[in-house]
Design a protein around this ligand. Structure first.
Ligand code: BES
Ligand code: ZN
Length: 881
């Protein structure tokens, strides 16, 4: 591993490469422990480059075994090779030359899962961001685009399948049980999009005909015997291809598109040109093994990686500072796809929940950074919720501000203007400015300033003048190394909601820019006067979560209840409920801190019953509306001096009070939703299951006995219902014979299925209370657990640290100490995974003093003992700073 050199990469230091690589021909002689890689590079000096600049190629843990230039072996003094660098001192004066480099790599020993490695006996690669340099010396930077031809040689028996990017051009026998295949990708691409797969896998095949009539052969490769779990992924792929044609006018551009599922993968999936590689968790699904959430994730990630073909591959990033250019934009595209395939309202609420639970804490803690960072030490640590999710929100705001039609025209211009290029956020924004004629410089601050803006709003009304006054103020909190902030352009979609839930009009507005139901807050303070408003309405603000801000809106006390029952904007309706629940939970936790029993308002307790019974609402929406904020959500809203046990106590009491108060209604609805319909993963069916399972949880809380959940577990006929019942048992009745039996039965049934065992690990990692630590420690010794598999680690350790507030944040700090030790152990194999895991401690300063001190010691222990990775050092140092 690269030692912590502490090098800081800065955006302003960008310089184009002095050399270009027009063509890259690679030969792989695959061997588990000694693979030979021969790279033949057609190089040229870039016009305008420094003339006597030496050629410096990137490497990482490489061993050079041969080197020649224009066919001549290079003498020892002509070059210098270290594991990290190949320097060719004097390059021929001729503009073009050919470099041939031979390296040896050991795929079996590669536990970092970057470069060429083995997963379950399958050779595969992961090159983004800087993994290609672990395969051969190269200009491993996204602005060096090259046309690749790849020849793979391997044993036919163990590797009948040989795949790479682009289209297959040749295959044949080599004798001695070996064979070869050659692939050619005509589209110039950066090295991070290179991929190779070789092994013995099963396949599901299909085809897609593009709008202009190109026949594309589709293949999804999975472990033998799992072919029948790849059908949903294939269906999602075809729907993605069709959607990109209609929604963005983008067609696929090769004759084949392959997806390979592997079981050892650091991330969710990777968009390599024509050969996407997936974590098998995001490919394999059937009703026996996958939950509705798994199906939704598969659909979204298949779409995401496919959409990268245009936003990322055809148009790529100039440098890694521009990561949001491809990731934020592609997340926006996959969000829109899912919204069109499912329920737009439900999708939006889910996105906002996700943003708040993952991105807001990042933006409000020590790891805060702009959507487009200006500096980094380790780029792997910048694949963050800010780059991805906030990056997507910024694109969404562009559409809100410019309107659908202008947005689409600007996207068309972007594709036309920059196809085949490696570009920047400035290039992207320029397309929107050019098409709309608007000055987007203030808006662009969303890319450049870190931190979640706070917006406060207050409402007053003058009945005499029939005037409504809305006062708005923005405030930008300081973030690491950015104390002074500029004012932002915040687009707030809004409506005035009348007594029957109807949107009210007004005759004139004075004070600030309001267009098409959107307020454009650009100054620190703005006052808006709406005339022609005779009665005080409820104000529905930031509809659809048009801007990713923290909003505090002061209006008449019953306005929230009115919005919760009547707002025509489903997001704001849901938000009103969340605001009411959150307030009650914060109050409840405060009572418990003072040793008093919390009490809850009766109107609030009735509300879930009314929402649940409203047949005019989609079931999936009702399920979301009835879901209480998580303990983590409540902690974030409290913000400082967090005491997790009182939060847990308040939430458990509110759930029981809601269940008890609405028991008959919930029971009847639960009954009516219990049908024998055959399983279908579609959104409406999933919504019914979500509502039914949420009601099960409330009823179990009210009844205080595991019987109902145990019955549901025994009768379940799909994983969604089975896992929901198991969760109720484990989390509400942990330790009861029913819970113990169900956990055992689940383990027996799925012992051989690693992905399902991940659910079994996760459900136990989330069991509330201090005893969870011993449970997690014991599970690390389970036969199905494996510290070098990222899915196992995330299910057990990641879930424990991120989702179990009482179990992880034990008063004695033992959770943190165990965590630090485990992260360090993982770091020795897989630094990238360890660093991601360590971000679970990013909000340590918000804890109450004793826990804060214990968390700090754990972080310091990591800082002191971690020796070999830049990845973990960077996270720990920034978290402590
Ligand atoms: N390009 C990334 C995969 C990646 C990330 C590779 C970091 C190397 C380092 C891919 O397109 C991606 O974003 N995947 C996401 C899932 C997606 C739906 C947001 C992932 O892997 O989590
Ligand atoms: Zn992506």
């Amino acid at each position: 591993m690269t030692a912590d050199t502490g090098t800081i990469f800065r955006l302003e230091d960008y310089r184009p490469s002095d050399f270009l690589i027009g063509e890259t021909r690679l030969t792989f002689r695959l061997d588990p422990t000694a693979t030979t890689v021969i790279a033949e590079l057609d190089m040229e000096r870039r016009a305008g480059a420094v003339l006597d600049a030496p050629l410096v190629l990137d490497g990482d843990e490489l061993t050079l075994t041969g080197l020649s230039l224009d066919g001549q072996a290079l003498g020892d003094d002509a070059y210098e090779a270290t594991p990290e660098r190949l320097t060719i001192r004097s390059v021929p004066a001729s503009a073009r030359f050919r470099l041939t480099i031979e390296t040896k790599v050991n795929p079996a020993a590669n536990k970092a899962l970057m470069g060429l490695y083995r997963s379950n006996g399958v050779y595969c690669t992961q090159c983004e961001a800087e993994g290609f340099r672990r395969i051969t010396y190269f200009l491993d930077r996204p602005d060096v685009l090259s046309v690749y031809t790849v020849r793979i040689e391997a044993d036919r028996a163990t590797c009948p399948l040989l795949l790479s990017n682009g289209d297959p051009v040749e295959a044949g026998d080599l004798g001695d049980g070996r064979h070869f295949a050659v692939w050619h990708d005509p589209h110039p691409k950066p090295s991070y999009l290179f991929a190779l797969v070789a092994g013995d896998l099963g396949v599901v095949e299909d085809s897609f005909t593009t709008a202009s009539g190109r026949q594309v052969k589709l293949g999804i490769y999975v472990e033998h015997g799992k072919e029948d779990r790849a059908g949903y992924a294939m269906d999602a792929l075809k729907r993605s291809m069709a959607w990109d044609e209609t929604a963005f006018g983008r067609e696929y551009d090769l004759d084949v598109f392959n997806i390979v599922a592997v079981s050892d993968f650091n991330m969710g999936a990777m968009e390599n040109k024509g050969l996407n590689i997936f974590n098998d968790k995001y490919v394999l699904a059937d009703e026996e093994t996958a939950t509705d959430a798994d199906y939704a994730n598969i659909e979204a990630i298949i779409a995401h990686e496919y959409f990268h073909n245009w936003t990322g591959n055809r148009i790529t990033c100039r440098d890694w500072f521009q990561l949001c250019l491809k990731e934020g934009l592609t997340v926006f595209r996959d969000h829109e796809f899912s919204a069109d395939q499912r329920s737009r309202a439900v999708k939006r609420i889910t996105e906002v929940r996700n943003l708040r639970s993952l991105q807001f804490p990042e933006d409000q803690g020590p790891l805060a950074h702009p959507v487009r960072p200006r500096r980094y030490k380790e780029i792997n640590n910048f694949y963050t919720a800010t780059v991805y999710e906030k990056g997507s929100e910024v694109v969404r705001m562009l559409r809100t501000i410019l309107g659908d039609e202008t947005f689409r025209k600007a996207m068309d211009l972007y594709f036309e203007r920059h196809d085949g290029q490696a570009v920047t956020i400035e290039d992207f924004i320029a397309c929107f400015a050019d098409v709309s004629g608007e000055d987007l410089s203030q808006f662009a601050l969303w890319y450049h300033q870190a931190g979640t803006p706070n917006v406060t709003a207050s409402v007053s009304h003058d009945a005499q003048k029939a005037e409504l006054v809305l006062e708005l103020e923005q405030q930008l909190p300081p973030t690491p190394s950015e104390s002074r902030k500029k004012l932002m352009h915040i687009p707030l979609s809004f409506g005035l909601v009348g007594p029957e839930g109807e949107d009210l009009g007004w005759s004139a507005v004075e004070g600030a820019a309001v267009a098409d139901g959107v307020i454009h807050l650009k100054k620190r303070k703005q006052t808006l006067r709406f005339s022609g408003v005779p009665h005080l309405p409820a104000v529905s603000l930031n509809r659809g979560f048009s801007a990713p801000v923290n909003l505090t809106l002061a209006q008449k006390p019953d306005a929230l209840l009115h919005l919760a029952l009547h707002d025509g904007d489903p997001f704001c309706r849901w938000q009103a409920l969340v605001t009411m629940f959150t307030q009650a939970l914060i109050d409840g936790h405060r009572s418990l801190l003072a040793d008093a029993e919390p009490t809850f308002d009766e109107a609030l307790l009735d509300l879930p019953g009314r929402i649940a019974a409203d047949a005019g609402l989609e079931e999936a929406f009702r399920a979301l509306a009835l879901t209480l904020p998580s303990e983590t959500d409540i902690a974030r809203e409290i913000g400082s001096d967090i005491e997790p046990y009182c939060i847990y106590g308040a939430r458990a009491r509110l759930a029981r009070a809601i269940g008890t108060r609405n028991r008959d209604r919930f029971e009847a609805l639960h009954q009516s939703l219990t049908t024998q319909e055959a399983f279908s993963p579609d959104a409406a069916s999933a919504g019914r299951r979500a509502l039914r399972n949420l009601l099960l949880d409330y009823l179990a809380a009210a009844e205080r006995t595991p019987a109902r959940a145990a019955g549901a577990f025994a009768r379940s006929t799909n994983m969604t219902d089975r896992f929901a019942a198991l969760s109720v048992l484990a989390h509400r009745f942990g330790g009861s014979p029913e819970a113990v039996d169900a956990l055992e039965a689940f383990e027996r049934r799925y012992a051989g299925d690693a992905l399902v065992m991940d659910k079994w690990f996760a459900v136990q990692a989330m069991m509330p209370g201090a005893a969870a630590l011993d449970t997690v420690k014991a599970l690390m010794g389970h036969a199905a657990f494996d510290l070098s598999n990222p899915n196992r680690v995330r299910s057990l350790i990641g879930t424990y640290a991120n989702a179990n507030q009482t179990g992880f944040h034990r008063a004695d700090g033992a959770g943190y100490a165990f965590f630090a030790e485990t992260v360090l152990e993982i770091e020795r194999k897989n630094p990238q995974l360890a660093a991601r895991l360590a971000t679970a401690l990013r909000s340590w300063r918000s804890l109450e003093p004793n826990r804060r001190a214990a968390a700090q010691s754990a972080l310091e222990a990591m800082a002191a003992s971690q020796t070999n990775s830049r990845d973990l050092a960077d996270i720990v140092q920034r978290t402590l700073a």
